[in-house]
Design a protein around this ligand. Sequence first.
Ligand code: NDP
Ligand code: HSE
Length: 431
Amino acid sequence: MQIRLGILGLGTVGSGVLDLLDRHRAFFRDSLGFEFPVTAHCSRSQASLDRFAGQAPFLTRDPLALVSRPDVDVVLELAGGEDAPRAWVEAAFAHGKHVITANKALLAKHGQDLFPLAERTGRFLLFEAAVGGGIPIIRTLQEAFIANDIHGLACIINGTCNYILTEMTQKKLSFQTALKDAQALGYAEADPSFDIEGTDSAHKVALLASLCYGKYVDYGSMSVEGITTLSDVDIAMAEEMGFAIKLLGVVSQDREGRIQANVYPALLEKKHQLATVEGVLNAVFLKTSAVGAILLTGAGAGKLPTASSVVSDLVSLARQLATGNPKVQPMGFFSSRNRADLRPIDELETEFYLRLTAVDKPGVLAKVTAILGEEGISIRALVQKPEHDPERVPVIFLTHSTKNSNVRRALKRIDALDIIQAPTQVLRFYR
Ligand code: NDP
Ligand code: HSE
């Protein structure tokens, strides 16, 4: 069986897909009975198209020209963006094409329209590569764990952030140097603020939470914190305490069925399984009803890991089409009519790490501890780092478990004091 491909985007992921299709061509043809000729390529610049000249008969810089071609059966959307690709996917469905995408930003923003549209039009919209790079987490949730309730999940789901945090910890690299390296390695988004501000993690966590609970989780309603304000003091303190800092996505459902889904940098004891996940690796730790706890880990970004997931979607689609009666995975629940009412992060109760930047003068600690006490926050430990500029001394408070709302109220008052020189850095402990 021949399935003709239109590849939209020839960057890190697109080039990886071409590479894997080439390497496994004979196996796909001889053992599985599938051929995947690439009939059309699309890239924004002529230079990119020129690099792949000769690998497809039709080359264009116009995505809409690619998705409407009669010699394309499946569009691989590997370009990125949010609003423009929505129009490409809609046009692809209108022309009877199936779509495979690695684009979590597109799905998190427009999935509530695109998934129901796919279901209505009987087209496939597959997205294994959009979450966790090479980790097969989408199909695991849709198929392997179909007989499980998911009690909760915690994940490291952005390769760029995990790479940066690992490099800052192990090689003492600066944030900016580690970010540049992650970009050079092809891990980061075209706009890396999506990575470092936690947005990319939120896109993926929203998709995972939606799959876990069969409701549309809107990433815009989640609490999202990134890693841009972390300093070398935080990294060193975590090391001293025997903890690692990870950007986590944390999802749970309470007894009333309300979902909590947040993204924040967290301190994890070094012996915690997630603390050992380093570099570009991602991990999803699931608590399930039948299997129990399980950790899936692997490369969360990069050319071949991501391409591997795209090609796995392609073969899965080919197997469906070969039946003559293909069944689209039911994703219609992912619709704004079925929106989850998320529990606010204010209700979350954890221990906190608070790094204040204070002037070193008498009475500072008294003022801060008074406010913490008034807001019902009990202090577990206090560390002042003396070797810094006396105008900007890091003072670290570790708290006992307390509600997020208490800390939010306290910091509003503390950060307004004239002795405080910068917004307080907040980390939550994850146990
Ligand atoms: P790249 O920037 O490396 O490649 C993007 C490709 O798409 C380039 O060929 C670019 O053309 C083309 N392109 C972008 N915009 C347009 C447009 N408007 N019209 C036509 N062509 C366009 O990105 P990646 O390969 O890294 O990422 C692609 C997608 O995969 C994104 O959605 C990303 O979030 C997702 N993803 C990426 C992962 C990774 O590790 N890199 C992992 C998982 C998902 P040109 O170069 O000529 O500008
Ligand atoms: N920029 C993303 C990351 C790519 O670093 O995880 C994989 O989705």
